[in-house]
Every structure is written in C-alpha cells, then in structure tokens.
Ligand binder design. Structure first.
Ligand code: SF4
Length: 314
C-alpha cells in the first residue's frame, strides 16, 4: 500500500486544539479532526501570541484609509503593530510548511470575511476583509494552499486543497534531479488538469537543458508548480487530462465501453457527476490492463482514501 508524505499544516489553534477564543471556547472542526492521522499540524493563536489572555474582550477591525487597524474597543488598545510584528516574525521562523487552515470571520485569522467597522465603538459593519494575521500570510506566500475552515466544507475546494498539500509534502522530500523528474512524471495528469501550458512550462524546467545543479532547478520548479496549482481547475482542463489518460486504455476497450466513457465525460463536464466517476472508471481499466504508468499517477489518488467522504466526492 502506498505511503503518503505527511503535510505540515499551520492551523488556527481554536479549531479543535485549544480553548483560546476570546470567550474561552474551542471550535471542534470535523475536517481538521479527520486530517489529524495524516497531517503534522502546527497550531497557532495569533491573538494569544501578542500577549492577550483568555477570556479577553473581543477585537475588531477599523477602517483606516485603504488599510485596517486591529483594536480592542473595551480597552481602547490598538494592536495593529504587535499583530503585524508577530505575523512577520512567525513567518520568518516558520520553516517549510505545505499549507494553512485558518478560522473564518476572525479579525486576525479570517482570509476574506472579517467584519470591518467605520469606528472603534459604534455602528454596524461596513464591509468584510482579511484578518491582519491572514493578510500577512497571504502576502508572504501568495500561491500556497491557504484556506478557511468554512470554505473547506465545499467538496471541490477541499479536494483541491488536499491535492496541493499532499503534493507539496511529497515535493519537500525530493533531494536530487532524478527524484524531481520522477515527481514531475507522477504529477503529469494533475498538472495537465490545471492547464496544458503549466505542463509545458514545468516540463521545460525539469528537462534542464542548461544542466544546472539541483539547488538551482528545484526552487524554480517549486515556484512554478505552486503557481500551476494555485487556482481551482476548470472542468474543460480536467476533461482534457481525463481524455489523455483514456488514450492509454482505449485501444483495449470495446466500442460500448468507449461510448460509455464519453457519456460519463459529458455528465462530468455538465456538472452532473463528480470527478470520482470518470476517475474510478479509468483506474479500474488501468488495473485490468496493468497500465503501470497510469497507476502511478497522483491524479487517481492524490491523498489518502480515508479523506474522501463517500457522500461528498468532488
Ligand atoms: S481565530 Fe485565530 S486569533 Fe482567534 S482564537 Fe482562533 S486562532 Fe486565536
């Protein structure tokens, strides 16, 4: 059975790790719990790291031109600078990680939906924006898998997030050029599903025509790989990858089987069937015809099966 590399994931500490919310509560998160046997979590609570206790008066974001200040209305404290300083130091000392899961709606951790107010003490929210800590994370690591726990209930977003963190964990283990070529080969269909041009660009880097040493090739490959997988794939690109994979088995199939696969693709393209249907079909044919090249492709099993909820396959 295949062993998966363990992703290192920074997580908001209140998501099941500690009673560190302003009111002393903790929020058990089923997805984070599910991940625990497969992931090394690095829990962090930015508000506690800047010296706030539990319980504590709540914080809010207040508009300051096109920026936001982090304030504690009850005490009048402005915590903007301590939070920015902590975020930068934290990121500098972090080492290699493969992703982030942050708490939504928090003025510190939210990726996009923290409320912002016009004044420290009065009035309703005037909009939404990222929390201060999360904003620094996004600035420092623009193409990284960084998600809010709320968005991860969406099966497409979750599948994409899991694919990326397990891919980065595997890439982290690559130590020499031969290993990088093998990694690229295993991820060929994952990259193709993101867009054919990504495959071309990454193929050029890994071909290494100038015979550059590994320490020069690896960072260029990693940066381009992160960019390639940054966005959710379009169905058209995924269908292209499925059709390419189908090319490895189609000559062994009957006309009826081929016709059935075309119908399955149409249903997937129309958003009626999940990706797992054409993937399972292709995988079963790869097993039947012993197509080793397809069986080693991460496209068919990018992360442990235990992380695929039966009722919510993407
Ligand atoms: S959302 Fe972030 S800052 Fe707030 S309690 Fe959770 S980890 Fe701490």
């Amino acid at each position: 059975m295949r062993e998966f590399a363990r992703p290192r994931v920074v997580v908001s500490r209140c998501l099941g790790f500690d009673r560190c919310r302003y009111d002393g509560s903790v929020i058990p998160d089923p997805f984070v719990s599910l991940l625990k046997p497969f992931v090394d979590f690095l829990p962090v609570c930015p508000e506690m790291e800047i010296g706030l206790g539990v319980p504590r008066p709540p914080l809010r974001l207040v508009k300051d031109g096109d920026k936001a200040r982090l304030v504690q209305p009850e005490t009048g404290m402005d915590l903007t600078e301590p939070m920015l300083l902590f975020a930068r130091r934290f990121l500098e000392g972090l080492g290699e990680v493969d992703g982030f899961i942050l708490k939504n709606r928090s003025p510190s951790c939210a990726l996009q939906d923290a409320k912002i107010y016009a004044s420290v003490n009065y009035g309703a929210a005037i909009g939404r924006r990222p929390g201060l800590f999360a904003e620094e994370v996004k600035k420092a690591l623009p193409y990284f898998p960084i998600e809010e726990e709320g968005r991860l209930t969406n099966p497409h977003i979750r599948h994409h997030f899991l694919t990326r963190i397990f891919a980065l964990a595997e890439l982290r283990g690559v130590r020499e050029l031969g290993g990088l070529v093998e990694f690229h080969t295993r991820y060929k269909f994952v990259i193709m599903a993101q867009g054919q041009h990504h495959l071309k660009d990454l193929g050029r880097i890994v071909a290494n025509p100038q015979r550059l040493p590994f320490p020069m090739v690896f960072p260029a490959y990693k940066e381009r790989f992160l960019k390639a997988l940054a966005l959710l794939p379009r169905r058209g690109s995924v269908v292209n990858a499925l059709e390419h994979a189908f090319g490895f088995v189609s000559s062994s199939l009957s006309p009826k089987e081929k016709q059935y696969f075309r119908e399955v693709l149409q249903q997937y393209r129309a958003g009626k069937w999940p990706l797992s249907v054409p993937l399972s079909l292709l995988r079963s044919w790869a097993i039947r015809f012993q197509v080793e090249y397809l069986l080693t492709q991460r496209f068919f099993s990018p992360y442990p099966e235990a992380l695929v909820p039966v009722s919510e396959t993407p």
